[in-house]
Design a binder for this molecule. Structure first.
Ligand code: FES
Length: 160
């Protein structure tokens, strides 16, 4: 049984020919639609394209862009590589916990934010680096952090 409206998944499935080679594209579309792969969705995809659920599960757990647990509307990534750690990424994580009651790997109760700790994102000169969705924020301190997060709260300028 699917945990969300089946017709939304059905319309994604119907956008592709029922062939195994579209497995990843279909999973990406479902992820995009729901911010995760809802319970039961792998079984429905499997029945449509003939790829075993175990293979779909392997894709879902291999690709970081796919998730089997609900993610927030906005995904915050705090780099905790060496340079960012030396420049205060730990303070950012503490401040995010205070501002949003959010810990790495978690999601806010309202579903607005998820938080992930990531390794070096290749912008060490800008440490500490934070990424929200696709936007990079450089040399983030706790003062900047509050302003940045406000823009992603419901109704904020980046809350699309
Ligand atoms: S350690 Fe954070 S960008 Fe390299």
């Amino acid at each position: 049984m699917i945990a969300v409206e089946p017709q939304r998944i059905q319309s994604i499935l119907e956008a592709y020919p029922p062939e195994k080679r579209f497995a990843l594209a279909i999973l990406q579309d479902i992820q995009h639609e729901f911010n995760y792969l809802p319970e039961g969705s792998l079984e429905v995809v499997s029945a449509r394209i003939g790829t075993p659920v175990a293979q779909l599960f392997a894709l879902a757990t291999f690709y970081k862009a796919l998730s089997l647990v609900p993610k927030g509307r906005h995904i915050i990534k705090v780099c905790d590589g060496t340079a960012c750690h030396m420049c205060g990424s730990s303070s950012l994580l503490v401040a995010i916990k205070q501002l949003l009651a959010l810990e790495p790997g978690g999601r806010t109760d309202d579903g607005q934010f998820s938080l992930e700790c990531v390794n070096c994102v290749g912008s060490c000169a800008l440490a500490p680096v934070m990424i929200i969705d696709d936007a990079y924020y450089a040399k983030v301190n706790t003062e900047k952090l509050a302003l940045i997060l406000d823009a992603y709260r419901p109704g904020g300028e980046h809350d699309e």
